[in-house]
Design a protein. Structure first.
Length: 84
């Protein structure tokens, strides 16, 4: 079973794969809330990418798909932004 810090790290990795960075840190004792918030953002990104793929006929994480994603969803969750 994963700890909350491991779940946070996994969410950070998921965001990184979509070209985002997590710059926030959890408040001590609030790791669960932070992790759930991050994973909600990851789901939002995944759903948005699925819509982009269907609407614009892009494939996977192509540069065009990522550009559309970042333009339409620059802040998918609190403490997360497009990596520059």
């Amino acid at each position: 079973m994963q700890t909350w810090s491991q779940k946070i790290e996994a969410a950070e990795d998921a965001f990184r794969s979509y070209g985002y960075r997590v710059f926030a840190e959890p408040i001590p004792g609030q790791e669960e809330v932070f992790a759930l918030s991050l994973w909600s953002g990851v789901r939002k990104v995944e759903e948005t990418m699925a819509g982009i793929s269907k609407t614009f006929k892009t494939r996977g994480k192509s540069s065009r798909a990522m550009s559309i994603l970042h333009g339409g969803l620059p802040v998918p969750a609190w403490g997360v932004e497009v990596a520059r």
